[in-house]
Ligand binder design. Structure first.
Ligand code: FES
Length: 112
C-alpha cells in the first residue's frame, strides 16, 4: 500500500486526508474511490485538465508526463512545475503529498 496525503481543499476535502492506494492505480482512481470528488470531465482519458493536481511530495518518484499530458497541462488553471493530471499519474511505492488546485478550468470558465 502507498500512502497518499491530501492537503485540505475547501470543497473536496476540507480537513485533508490520508489515503491508501495500490501501486499501479492512477491517482484519479484513488481519489474517486475515496470519495474525493475531483472533476474528471473527459472520463480519465487525458483530454481535459479538470483532474489537475499538484504533487507537493514525491513528484520525482513518478514516471514522466507524456507529451500528451504536458500539452493538456499547459491549459490547466494554476499550473506549477509539480503539476500533473491525476488520471495519468500511476501510483508507485513512494508516498505522495497532493494539493488539489482551488479551481479547475471548468469553474473558471463558468465564472466569467
Ligand atoms: S480527467 Fe480529463 S485529463 Fe484527467
Amino acid at each position: 500500500m502507498t500512502v497518499i496525503k491530501l492537503k485540505p481543499h475547501k470543497e473536496l476535502c476540507p480537513d485533508g486526508a490520508v489515503l491508501e492506494a495500490n501501486p499501479g492505480q492512477t491517482l484519479a482512481e484513488v481519489l474517486l474511490e475515496n470519495d474525493v470528488k475531483i472533476e474528471h470531465a473527459c472520463e480519465l482519458s487525458c483530454a481535459c485538465t479538470t483532474c489537475h493536481v499538484i504533487v507537493r511530495k514525491g513528484f520525482n518518484s513518478l514516471d514522466y508526463a507524456s507529451e500528451e499530458e504536458e500539452d493538456m497541462l499547459d491549459k490547466a488553471w494554476g499550473l506549477e512545475s509539480e503539476s500533473r493530471l491525476s488520471c495519468q499519474v500511476v501510483v508507485e511505492s513512494e508516498e505522495l503529498e497532493i494539493e488539489l488546485p482551488k479551481y479547475t478550468i471548468n469553474m473558471v470558465s463558468e465564472e466569467h
